[in-house]
Design a protein around this ligand. Structure first.
Ligand code: DQA
Length: 145
């Protein structure tokens, strides 16, 4: 099983970025927790962060084709990243959109996701553990997909 984990703009700043909203856990710590869980399940897990939409699209195109699952926090691209959404739409993989914060309790511009219509499901507001829950779901349901 191959799982791709994609983080969009500004998520490299986790730990220092508005900790009252996004928490104190760094991206490296999140990726390490995901890697550990995937390894225990015998799954291959790739992680990638970029502040540039085109780089995320490049990775979707090169590594997404044979992925079984994608976990993506598109950051602000969630709300307007149509090219990223189109790239994700090409994939066979099941896609889980993750947000650390509950975007629906925040500014109105965060209430719209252009990625959600091409995702299988979404987790928002559960902090960094939302990524782990997304991975757990992908592992749990791997047999049925
Ligand atoms: C976010 C929510 C987005 O609105 C914001 O632009 C982010 C992070 C989250 O994880 O809560 O960069 O995706």
């Amino acid at each position: 099983m191959k799982i791709l984990v994609l983080h969009g703009p500004n998520l490299n700043m986790l730990g220092r970025r508005e900790p009252e909203i996004y928490g104190n856990t760094t991206l490296a710590e999140i990726d390490a927790a995901l890697r550990e869980r995937a390894a225990a399940a015998g799954a291959v897990l790739l992680t990638f962060q970029s502040n540039h939409e085109g780089e995320l699209i490049d990775l979707v195109q090169t590594e997404g084709w044979d992925a079984d699952g994608v976990i993506i926090n598109p950051g602000a691209l969630t709300h307007y990243g149509l090219a990223l959404r189109d790239a994700l739409a090409m994939l066979k993989a099941r896609i889980v959109e993750v947000h650390l914060s509950n975007v629906y309790r925040r500014e109105p511009f965060r209430h719209t996701s252009v990625v959600a219509p091409v995702a299988t499901g979404q987790i928002a507001g559960l902090g960094w553990q939302g990524y782990l829950l997304a991975l757990e779901w992908l592992l749990l349901t791997a047999e049925q997909s």
